[in-house]
Write a protein that binds this ligand. Structure first.
Ligand code: SF4
Length: 101
């Protein structure tokens, strides 16, 4: 058996925990536009976002808490046609700080 097969595996959650995130208080870099019913694309973000930033409220709207965002751009692409979110990179010095290794 090769070394790759026998090497211990780290879970994705454990890897993500290594990262740090600097919050830009009061200036979220992603916003969900006001809506009553989310599109299927926006609703899908509650399961697609790898950082778990999207949640659905009890009344059915979708919210985003950009703290912890990995800046992967998935939500930007998935909702591109519906235009339900505003997406920008965080200001310099804020946002995710990746830790490799
Ligand atoms: S950019 Fe990626 S990590 Fe950040 S909120 Fe969108 S899907 Fe989640």
């Amino acid at each position: 058996m090769s070394d790759v097969m026998t090497a211990p595996r780290a879970k994705v959650e454990e890897k993500l925990f290594q990262n740090r995130y600097l919050v830009d208080a009061g200036r979220p870099h992603i916003k969900v536009k006001a809506h009553t019913t989310p599109s299927a694309s926006l609703l899908a973000m509650t399961t697609l976002c790898p950082a778990g930033c999207y949640t659905q409220t009890e009344s059915g709207q979708v919210e985003v808490a950009a703290d912890g965002c990995l800046e992967c751009g998935t939500c930007r692409i998935v909702t591109r046609k519906t235009g339900e979110i505003e997406w920008n990179y965080p200001r310099g010095g804020f946002g995710v700080l990746y830790k490799f290794g």
